[in-house]
Design a protein around this ligand. Structure first.
Ligand SMILES: [Zn+2]
Length: 435
């Protein structure tokens, strides 16, 4: 179902008009009320009156994660605190978190974005939506919660963790839609499989909304098979609002971006110039109706491409490819660019392996080592290591052909790689600590 056809299916030229109006307003507000943006715009000699339509967006300065950290906590807020109804923050791996504040209207926009994705995945007021994203400062839990509320579905706010109880409630309450990270969805699938008392036959799951970390199409197929549901990719980031900046429709052919709220651009991360439609580059967002903390041209570090042709579902909202990696996640090993999600894709092609892995990179005798720990599914696990070669050799060849470099693959006993209840950690780069 299309939650808001007027905007999701708006004709392209009408959408550009709407975006133009909203951009002009946003830029005016930023210049008048934000010392940060006024300084940035003054530095490059751009005045609000230079921005007459969405075509002028490239004249505006970029915003980066470093800017957000420098302005911690409320430097980018342009409304008085009395207008703010909620604060979220993303856990930074280093230093201060990135903070986002919201007015009532901002929460409405955010929850509508989520509701559009859930609606596309078939959720109605008759559904029971289990929110197994963590509740708290992280935008996942409350974001999904408010989206389900907007539709009028029944929310089941289990938050993450306590997997056994999650599954018990899933069965007893008849959960039909599941929201969590793809890593946690796998973990839930595995817990059901290894249970002697629970079976998917007792469950009513039909759809899952998974996001907050990059995941491959292979992982999607694995989750769909192992949880017997349709797995929908929901995309978002705290800096822009939270989950639901966009999401897949029932066609699962790209992530629709809710362009009436968030304007997407793809730029070449080196030259910072826009790339032609269909070419890969870095995704950049400008918020078009955010009140508390509007953001101009935020560099997401997510690598993707954009398409504007109308989707089979009837929506005209632009589509980006699923995010296969962030430039921050990219490893350079022996001079070659490697994304951890490439390893996941390879693993999901071999049924003997679990889609779990852990990469360790180090520098030994001036050369990069590249070790991947993997797990065989219990029914395939054999020792000693020579007996594992029948499974490991084809995987090794596949990884070499996909990444172009030779890893050392180490099989660990079943259930020994960490199962994540939130975002999974896949990489340890020891080279960072060498110098
Ligand atoms: Zn579509």
């Amino acid at each position: 179902m299309i939650f808001n056809p007027e905007y999701e299916c708006m004709e392209r030229d009408k959408m550009r008009e709407l975006q133009s109006r909203r951009l002009v307003e946003t830029v005016k507000t930023c210049y008048e009320k934000s010392p940060f943006y006024r300084k940035k715009m003054d530095e490059i000699g751009v005045k609000p009156e230079d921005i007459k339509s969405i075509d002028d967006i490239h004249k505006l300065p970029f915003t980066t994660k470093i800017d957000l950290r420098d302005e911690y906590p409320f430097g980018l807020q342009v409304v008085p605190q009395s207008e703010v109804v909620r604060i979220h923050a993303s856990s930074g791996t280093t230093g201060k978190p990135v903070v986002a504040t919201y007015t009532k209207h901002d929460l409405d926009v955010w929850s509508e974005g989520v509701a559009r994705v859930m609606s596309a995945g078939g959720v109605t007021k008759d559904d029971i939506v289990q929110v197994s994203y963590g509740y708290g400062l992280f935008t996942g839990g409350l974001g999904a919660h408010d989206g389900a509320l907007k539709i009028g579905a029944t929310q089941l706010p289990t938050s993450s963790g306590n997997t056994k109880k999650q599954i018990m409630l899933m069965k007893d309450f008849g959960t039909t839609a599941l929201c969590c990270t793809p890593s946690y969805a796998m973990h839930i699938a595995e817990a059901i499989e290894s249970s002697h008392t629970l079976s998917l036959d007792d469950m009513k799951l039909k759809v899952g909304f998974f996001g907050a970390e990059p995941w491959s199409n292979g992982m999607r197929k694995t989750i769909e098979k192992r949880l017997r549901l349709k797995a929908i990719d929901i995309y978002g980031l705290t800096e822009i609002s939270g989950p639901g900046v966009g999401g897949e429709c029932e066609c699962q052919d790209g992530i629709h971006i809710w362009e009436d709220f968030f304007y997407p651009e793809i730029i070449n991360p080196e030259t910072l110039q826009p790339v032609p439609e269909g070419e890969f580059g870095e995704l950049v967002f400008t918020t078009l109706c955010k009140e508390a903390m509007p953001i101009l041209r935020y560099r997401t570090r997510d690598l993707t491409r954009i398409r504007y042709e109308k989707c089979k579902c009837g929506r005209t909202a632009a589509r980006i490819d699923r995010i296969f990696g962030r430039s921050d996640d990219m490893l350079i090993i022996r001079g070659v660019n490697v994304f951890p999600s490439q390893i996941e894709t390879c693993l999901t092609e071999f049924p003997a392996f679990q889609p779990y892995y852990f990469i360790t990179v180090d520098r030994i005798n001036h050369e990069d080592s590249f070790e991947i720990k993997v797990e065989l599914r219990p029914e395939f696990y054999v020792t000693p290591p020579e007996k594992q070669l029948v499974y490991v050799n084809p995987l090794y060849k596949r990884i070499v052909s996909v990444t172009g470099i030779k890893p050392s693959i180490k099989v660990v006993p079943p259930m020994t790689l960490e199962r994540s209840e939130g975002k999974a950690k896949h990489v340890l780069d020891m080279r960072k600590y060498d110098d």
